[in-house]
Write a protein that binds this ligand. Sequence first.
Ligand SMILES: Nc1ncnc2c1ncn2[C@@H]1O[C@H](COP(=O)(O)OP(=O)(O)OP(=O)(O)O)[C@@H](O)[C@H]1O
Ligand SMILES: Nc1nc2c(c(=O)[nH]1)N=C(CO)CN2
Length: 297
Amino acid sequence: MPDAHPATHRPDRITLTGVTAYGHHGVLAREKADGQEFGVDIVLEVDLSRAAASDDLAHTVNYAEVAADAVAILQGPSQDLIETVVAQIADAALARPLVEAVEVTLHKPHAPVGVPFGDVTVQVRRERDVPVVIALGANLGTDPADTLERAAERLGSLPGLREVVLSPLFETDPVGGPEQPAYANAIVVARTSLAPWRLLAALHAVEADFGRTREIRWGARTLDLDLIQVGVPGEASEAVSDDTDLMLPHPRAHERGFVLVPWHAVDAAAVLRVGQRVVPVADLLDDVRDQGVRARG
Ligand SMILES: Nc1ncnc2c1ncn2[C@@H]1O[C@H](COP(=O)(O)OP(=O)(O)OP(=O)(O)O)[C@@H](O)[C@H]1O
Ligand SMILES: Nc1nc2c(c(=O)[nH]1)N=C(CO)CN2
């Protein structure tokens, strides 16, 4: 499993140096007309542990694709400033869901500087910063509602999660599974720099700290933390996954009152991808009204 405490360690990295391409960026008309060579170095912060264990390219970032993106931008529409170009390259790399941060150096060794010089570079670092929605549930222990409040506090102290906001708490009838006590449910909305897999690993670590063991499917639990959605549906930041170990958006979220009602309570404008459509959570509420979701006093 990926590291659950990312900020306490130096992150894994993929480094690509000396990518070159001919482009037409520059303030001077001569630069736009004639063009010149540009160079790029890219450092990607990516959790490499899954790929190292699986030997599967799908579990990491394909550096050839990142290089091709950079070359396309260098060869693309002329910009006056290398600051603009370097930021475009960084944003393209960050759009890949496994990239948590990126540092890009853009070289313009033949810039019209007017005096002898070796190279001119600009460098930017950008971190992933995407919204995330986490569902909390508990129906074991002395006080499940208190468990959710403490779990939300713990989420607020996780490296890589910020702006953590807990929804109101709800008491809900159990959905599926064996006969079991009523649940306390809530939603946390936050922003994260973590790639979805690292976030899931961090959630599993918090569940374990609260005494969670995985036994019966849909059975009673001291604390359940599910990733509902990562990124903005329909935008580049959206994470979509059909890997059974991490499905995004959560495949059952759209039909669960214990997810939708607290989510709407904390964010009335929330939207969720349901298949090919992006739907307001508010529009899904009617279908879950009979599921026994009660505001806690
Ligand atoms: N979006 C997701 N969030 C959390 N776990 C997920 C997600 N997608 C897939 N999983 C996988 O589901 C597995 C089982 O999780 P869990 O025991 O919490 O399921 P459950 O809560 O009983 O059922 P449900 O997924 O219907 O809420 C986990 O090991 C996890 O890898
Ligand atoms: N009311 C309610 N029912 C559930 C819940 C839950 O959090 N609340 N979680 C489940 C599996 O995640 C299964 N059923």
